[in-house]
Design a protein around this ligand. Sequence first.
Ligand code: HEC
Length: 234
Amino acid sequence: MSLKNFILGLAATFGTAWLAVVIVPFFTMRAMDPIVVVDEVAGTEEVFIPKRTGRVTDGSAVYAANGCYLCHTQVVRPTYAGNDMFRPDWGGIPDDEERGDTRRETNPFDFIGEHFAHVGVLRFGPDLSNVGNRVIHNYARGGDPEMWLYEFLYNPRALPERRKSRCPSHRFLFDQKPLRGQRSRLALNVGDENLEIIPSREARALVSYLLSLRKDQPVPDDLDFAPVARSDDG
Ligand code: HEC
């Protein structure tokens, strides 16, 4: 091989690679516009982790002790594992006055700070991930959400639309006392005139916990697999 052929060979070998790796990409990509990240599309950057205070933590223990997790889940499943998003209000509120459609699937951050994640064993009753939302927005409309829950726990079959409810009654979480003087603010509107039925410490903690169940805070897009969020992206 002559020196001339050797030099030409070298130039061709390295020249082709240089053309393909440096020159061609340079000319094809230098005119590309940078990707603009618009806040409304990217949503939020951070995950909001609600504070779980003493009473809510106590209520979570009452929830566990009474086996609520045996019949109630707290996971709005990702759509690939079964669609939960079509169920009314399981994943959030579809028509929240301030925030619009807040529905989304559950993600692991939703359980941060919980002593025990009540994912659930069986789904005999409805998912409770957003039960706090449902009670406030739908069931107790205008009324007191706390009282709605006490009355439900005392007798789940009291309301006409829940005559056939299969949620067990939790009367043992209430104390029955002879009425002396004025009725307690939390006394249930049931029973004898001379008696008052008031929620025990456990019932009050449990209801605080149930009302705290609102897993619909906005999450960054990477975590948001809600069909609504996806269709917004166009
Ligand atoms: C034997 C299974 C079972 C157990 C245990 C159980 N539930 Fe239920 N629960 C149900 C069923 C079934 C429903 C649906 C019927 C209805 O809407 O009333 C329900 C409904 C509810 C609802 C109304 C939810 C909604 O959005 O309509 C709440 C709140 C609730 N249960 C709380 C509890 C709590 C708190 C405990 C534990 C102290 C508990 N449940 C234990 C079966 C159960």
